[in-house]
Ligand binder design. Structure first.
Ligand SMILES: Nc1nc2c(c(=O)[nH]1)N[C@H]1C(S)=C(S)[C@@H](COP(=O)(O)O)O[C@H]1N2
Ligand SMILES: [Mo]
Length: 355
C-alpha cells in the first residue's frame, strides 16, 4: 500500500510537470490549424452569397487558434534557435511574414488600418499569405513532425475541442468588442469587404484580377458573339438595348471593397433562350479573361452596358460587362465580346482566374 501510494504520487507529479502541449503536439496542432487557415482563407475569397458567411467566420476561428498556439510555439522556437542551424534566418523571415499576415488580418477585421499607401489591407494580407506559403511548406518539410498512430487519441480530441472552443469564444469576443467600440470593422460585409461609393459609379474602383488593361473598343464595328444550341449570332451594341432592364446589385471585390450600383443591360437568359443540354455558360472578354458559370445562374446574370444611367466607362468594361449577383468581383467579366452555352460542367475551371 505505501509503495503503491508513493508510486501514484510520483506519476501525478510527473503529469503536472508535463506541459499541456508538448513541442511535438504544438507543431502538429499548428500544422493542422495552418492548413485550416489557408483552406478557409481561400474559400472566403471564393464565397459571395450570404449563405457563405460561416466560411469567413471559420477563417477567423482558425486564425485565432494560430494565435492561441503561439505561446506554446514560442517555447519550441526558443529551443530551436539555440541549435544555430544555418537555415535559422529563413525560419525567422517566415515568422516575420506570418506575423505580418496575422496582423494585417486582424487590422482588416477590426477596420483599424485600411491600407498602407495605396495598397488595401486585405490585399496586403493575401499577398503576405501567398508569399509565406512556400516558406511554411519548406519549414514543415525541413523540421518534420511525424504524426503517430497514438496521436488519434481521446486526449487529442479533447485538446482540439478546448482549442476550438477557446478560438470560437475569441472570435465572438473580438466581434462583440469591434461592435461595442464602434470600430470601422463593424460595418464590413459578411465577406469582410468595406463599402465604397454606393450608387456613385464614379467612386467605383477600377480593378483587375491580375494585369488586364482596358482595351480600346470602337462601338461601331463591335459585335457580341452569342452562341446557344441554335447557333451563333453577332449582335451590335444598339441591338442589345432592345432587351434592357435595370437591377441594383452589389459588386464585392476580393481585394476588400464592395459597392452597390444600378446596372442596366440585357438578361443573359434573353440572349440564350435555347439551352439544349448545356451545363454551363462561358463569358469571355476581349482580353481573353473569362468566367464559366453554372446554368442555374443564367436567370440572374445581366450583361450590363450602363451603370448609374450612363454607358460604362472604358475602365469599367465598355461596351459590355457581366453582372453576377451573389458572386465575387472576379466573375464580373469586363469588355465581354462572347457569351456561349457549353456542355462542359461548371466546375471545369480553375478555382480562381489565371489571367
Ligand atoms: N476582363 C476582365 N474583367 C474583370 C477583371 C479583369 O481583370 N479582366 N477583374 C475582375 C475583378 S477582380 C473585379 S473586382 C471587377 C472590378 O470591376 P470594376 O473595375 O468595374 O470595379 O472586374 C472583374 N472583371
Ligand atoms: Mo476583384
Amino acid at each position: 500500500m505505501p509503495v503503491a501510494g508513493g508510486d501514484t504520487v510520483g506519476v501525478d507529479a510527473h503529469r503536472t510537470a508535463r506541459p499541456w502541449l508538448t513541442p511535438r503536439g504544438t507543431n502538429l496542432a499548428l500544422l493542422v490549424v495552418l492548413l485550416l487557415v489557408y483552406a478557409t482563407g481561400a474559400a472566403s475569397e471564393a464565397t459571395g452569397a450570404p449563405g457563405g458567411w460561416w466560411v469567413t467566420s471559420a477563417h477567423g476561428v482558425a486564425a485565432l487558434a494560430v494565435l492561441a498556439l503561439l505561446p506554446h510555439k514560442r517555447r519550441v522556437v526558443a529551443r530551436g534557435l539555440r541549435r544555430a542551424r544555418s537555415t535559422r534566418w529563413l525560419s525567422l523571415v517566415m515568422a516575420a511574414l506570418l506575423a505580418t499576415t496575422l496582423l494585417t488580418g486582424l487590422a482588416s477585421a477590426t477596420g483599424l488600418v485600411t491600407g498602407v499607401g495605396n495598397l488595401g489591407i486585405l490585399w496586403l494580407h493575401i499577398a503576405g499569405a501567398l508569399v509565406v506559403l512556400p516558406l511554411v511548406h519548406w519549414h514543415a518539410l525541413a523540421r518534420p513532425t511525424r504524426p503517430r498512430r497514438t496521436d488519434l487519441s481521446r486526449r487529442t480530441a479533447l485538446r482540439a475541442g478546448v482549442l476550438g472552443a477557446v478560438s470560437v469564444a475569441g472570435l465572438g469576443g473580438t466581434e462583440v468588442a469591434v461592435a461595442a467600440l464602434e470600430l470601422p470593422g463593424a460595418r464590413r460585409r459578411f465577406t469582410g469587404s468595406v463599402e465604397t461609393g454606393r450608387l456613385v459609379p464614379a467612386l467605383l474602383p477600377p480593378t483587375s484580377w491580375l494585369d488586364d488593361r482596358a482595351p480600346t473598343v470602337d462601338a461601331g464595328p463591335w459585335r457580341l458573339a452569342v452562341a446557344d444550341a441554335a447557333g451563333t449570332s453577332h449582335l451590335a451594341l444598339g441591338e442589345l438595348a432592345a432587351f434592357s432592364t435595370t437591377r441594383r446589385v452589389t459588386l464585392d471585390c476580393t481585394s476588400g471593397w464592395y459597392s452597390e450600383q444600378d446596372w442596366t443591360g440585357v438578361p443573359l437568359s434573353a440572349l440564350l433562350p435555347d439551352r439544349g443540354s448545356a451545363r454551363s455558360v462561358l463569358v469571355t472578354s476581349r482580353t481573353g479573361y473569362s468566367a464559366r458559370l453554372p446554368l442555374t445562374d443564367l436567370d440572374r446574370l445581366l450583361l450590363a452596358t450602363a451603370v448609374g444611367g450612363a454607358p460604362l466607362s472604358a475602365l469599367h468594361g465598355f461596351p459590355a460587362r457581366l453582372v453576377a449577383p451573389g458572386r465575387r468581383g472576379f466573375w464580373w467579366v469586363k469588355w465581354v465580346d462572347r457569351v456561349e452555352l457549353s456542355s462542359a460542367p461548371p466546375w471545369w475551371r480553375p478555382p480562381f482566374p489565371l489571367t
